[in-house]
Design a protein around this ligand. Sequence first.
Ligand SMILES: [Zn+2]
Length: 418
Amino acid sequence: MKAINTGHYFEPVDEEEKITYELWKKIMIDAVTERASDIHLEPHRSDSAIRLRVDGTLREISRQSNDVLKALVRIIKKIGNLNPDIEALPQDGKIIFKTDKTDKAGDREKTFDFRISTFPTVFGEKIVLRILDPGRVEFALKEGLSYIGFSEDNLKLMESILSKPYGLVIFSGPAGSGKTTTAYSALAHLVRETKGMCNILSIEEPVEYILDGVNQTRVDSDGEFNYLSAMRAMMRQDPDVVFVAEVPDFPSAQMLLQAALTGHLILTQVNSSDAAQSIHSFFEMGVEPYLISMILEGVVSQRLARMICPKCKKEIPARKELIERIKDEVDNPENITHFYRGEGCKYCKDTGYRGRTGIYQVIPRNDELIDFLTRKPNPGEIRNEMDRLGIPSLRKMAIRKAVEGIITLEEALRCTWI
Ligand SMILES: [Zn+2]
């Protein structure tokens, strides 16, 4: 096990390293103050860019000479216990960064995990640091599913799905759509509801956040203790609820379905564009459609959308041709007179957006849909059947948030492409 340095306890060896370290500390503080999810350090032909991803969008914060970037990369690798001399191969590591009261990152001490990934490019090493803010997830867990954007009706559907004693629940969405936070919130809900009377286990790679009341295990896909062997061992641990963060192959899928069939509630995640595709991915792995039909209790599909900045939010008249375009996706198109957008201000750095919210489609077990799935339909056919059964689409849920003035209509359409 590697020791982990924190940003504040690094000892520079000389004056030059001290200057670089101060610059790096400033970048980290800027990143957490700006609520960034990633820091990118990119060497280009003549100079280098430092960019932050905030609310899903990259923004350049400074340009540095390639020499300065090289020094920064070296120091990050040292702090993260990577080998600074290896430049031609990718490496990954971790920094724990603690802000204190003297930093401008808020008035209290906070701890952030920075996951480092290096990547050799033709102009030198590029580094991306993914920032995990445990505080944000803790807040989501404490406040529950409504905090992450679940509407009242979706919340009711979700609670009914999670009250099932056994079966399979799938959380689907593209990478970076917030699936893990939703799955964690669902687990936290189960911990609260079952009041310590259930054995809740999870298999993850890596464990992103520590969840009270859940026995979490870290597996290594390429090693001996992988998803399949962990699931096999877990079934002997008398579980009630199991969260499996990924289903990598057919044997794991089979094990998962077997567990769901034999009286366990299984929660899992699938990287896919939507619910239909996530169901279909099990068919593609070779799972028999009748098995999915027997055990599927619910599917959640989601996206993250940028919220309109509350300080510069303005009404804009709804143009006729826009209403015409979306009329099939809203309940009373004739009643829509305006939408909203952010004009840009200091608070949102002139972007018009501040923070993100989840767009969710929650599909509980539906007898007609289940029956249809036994025909092994393709994703398009599943979507059509869902439409026919009146299951609200992701786009419909997104447009609803645009009508409510939480997001812009452009954002609703942009984030619900299929
Ligand atoms: Zn604003």
